[in-house]
Write a protein that binds this ligand. Structure first.
Ligand SMILES: [Zn+2]
Length: 107
């Protein structure tokens, strides 16, 4: 950022949470930036939700899994959720068909 950018008259007049001036660029009419304009609160909220749904982590994970396996991963996750829900319903100590842990352990 250059000095010319800093002295741009179209800077936000809002305040950050720490009390310092915002100084972000103001797009369009008004004196507040996207983050400080109360009229855009709903828009910000929707963008935040969309951001969570399209998180980089989710996309990165999807890229790591081969395309042919993606539908199976979904089924596996569904099955896992079902199993967990069953355990939660019955209680963790009442699991059936699970052998008790070996005292010596494997190997
Ligand atoms: Zn601002």
């Amino acid at each position: 950022m250059t000095e010319a950018d800093r002295s741009d008259p179209k800077r936000c007049t809002g305040q950050r949470k720490d009390g310092t001036p915002c100084a972000a660029a103001v797009m369009g009419a008004g004196t507040l930036c996207y983050a400080h304009d109360p009229a855009r609160a709903t828009e910000r909220d929707q963008a935040r939700r969309k951001g969570g749904a399209n998180s980089a982590t989710r996309h990165r994970l999807a890229r790591l899994v081969p395309a042919t396996l993606r539908p199976m991963i979904g089924s596996l996750l569904d099955a896992l959720r079902e199993v967990r829900a069953n355990y939660a319903r019955r209680g963790h100590d009442k699991r059936e068909g699970v052998p008790p842990p070996s005292p010596s352990g494997p190997g």
